[in-house]
Design a protein around this ligand. Structure first.
Ligand SMILES: Cc1cc2nc3c(=O)[nH]c(=O)nc-3n(C[C@H](O)[C@H](O)[C@H](O)COP(=O)(O)O)c2cc1C
Length: 382
């Protein structure tokens, strides 16, 4: 017998407005939907997830949303410049593509596509130690400035080798990440038993226990097992002294939250600190970066640049970070969404949207350029 027809159900609502073939993305968030549809669920979780209960991941967004920027009126600005100087070089925007591992998980062109898109947009591209394309291949494409991100390996000879390779390949800066003594426990990856597919490897670390990253075991993140085997767990400031002496490149220290650590970084000769909680992927319960940024800026007191990441999703967010005192921002997951959605062209579109949003935000706030935005006042809480 057929089921009785129910007449008490609500009429289905139309699908929410989002990007489709004939309705292109209008903001970075639109790329998330496209990316989720384009990649396997385990890859989506690897990119999207945070550590622990994902408290810090959520706090990053909530804190940015609480930052209200007081716009200035009657400043006569109608066509602001988005250009800004980072580490002594003028960029099209005060934005850097954040270092992110294994970009060929998202698209076969991986790192080469994102680096090319960043170069075309006039912003630096930070290449992860754990890239799935070698340093040399990415820099050979010659797209634009590439900054090398260093994860400190157990084997110091390998660290020295990576530094030499980055320098020889023409990388313009060195960004050492200090917030990964071990990988944060990312429950989604653990539940999924997430492992890299065979064709995605840590291309800069041949022979570096790559097998561990590819061995899928239920209840184990293979990425965590791999990094646990190859990363040095107990770095100290003395290691950073060694690094400062070992490389002539401008040095950024990424993963700073406590102003006292920011001061130490300045003392060892860092040119910039990156206020970052790794996009909520390391210590769950660490504060949102927008919350701690003003104290770090005050502690650094102009002796180094202060960049911020974790949760930046729009031109308004860039304005918020500048108004809180940052020199610039790193953009993480949205670039991976755009890469998954459309390769190099997708990433170029995303950066063009961000530039448009930043120009709008500067105009509406009465700022002639990003430097002027650093004089804006902010209110937190509404
Ligand atoms: C999939 C993924 C991989 C990442 N890999 C690295 C890495 O290899 N090195 C690093 O310093 N940070 C890494 N990060 C952290 C980013 O550089 C950045 O701090 C973070 O993504 C910023 O937050 P957002 O994604 O909310 O913009 C990774 C982040 C994601 C999402």
């Amino acid at each position: 017998m057929a089921d009785p027809v129910r007449t008490d159900l609500p009429t289905p609502r139309p699908a929410p407005a989002g990007p489709t073939d004939d309705r292109p993305p209008v903001c970075l968030g639109d790329f998330a939907e496209l990316a989720r549809a384009a990649v396997p669920p385990g890859v989506w979780d690897y990119v999207d997830g945070g550590s622990g209960a994902e408290t810090t991941l959520a706090a990053n967004r909530a804190a940015l949303d609480r930052v209200a920027v007081l716009p200035r009126m009657l400043t006569g600005v109608d066509d602001p410049r988005t250009a800004a100087t980072l580490l002594g070089r003028e960029q099209a925007m005060p934005v850097v593509v954040a270092p992110m591992a294994y970009q060929r998980l998202l698209h076969p062109d991986g790192e080469s596509a994102l680096a090319a898109a960043a170069g075309a947009a006039g912003v630096p591209y930070a290449l992860s130690t754990l890239s799935s394309t070698t340093i040399e291949e990415v820099t050979a494409a010659g797209a634009g400035p590439v900054w090398f991100q260093l994860y400190w390996l157990r084997d110091r000879a390998l660290v020295a080798d990576l530094l030499d390779r980055a320098h020889t390949a023409g990388c313009a800066a060195l960004m050492v990440t200090v917030d990964v003594p071990v990988l944060g426990r990312r429950r989604r990856d653990v539940r999924n038993g997430f492992a890299l597919p065979p064709d995605v490897t840590a291309a800069n670390l041949p022979g570096g226990r790559d097998d561990l990253a590819h061995t899928g075991t239920p209840g184990v993140s293979a990425i965590a097992a791999h990094t646990g085997a190859v990363f040095a767990p107990a770095l100290t400031w003395a290691d950073l002294d060694w690094l400062r002496d070992r490389t002539p490149l401008p040095l950024l220290v990424k993963g700073i939250l406590d102003p006292r650590d920011a001061v130490r970084a300045v003392q060892v000769g860092a040119d910039a600190v990156v206020v970052s909680n790794h996009g909520g992927r390391q210590l769950d319960g660490a504060p949102a970066t927008a919350t701690v940024l003003p104290e770090v800026v005050a502690a650094v007191d102009g002796r180094a640049e202060v960049l911020l990441d974790s949760g930046i999703r729009s031109g308004t967010d860039v304005l918020r970070a500048l108004a809180l005192g940052a020199t610039g921002v790193l953009l993480g997951r949205p670039m991976l969404w755009a890469l998954a959605a459309g390769g190099r062209a997708g990433a170029e579109t995303a950066l063009a949207l961000l530039a448009t949003e930043l120009r709008d935000a500067l105009t509406l706030a009465g700022c002639a350029d990003p430097a002027a935005a650093r004089d804006l006042r902010t209110l937190t809480g509404g």
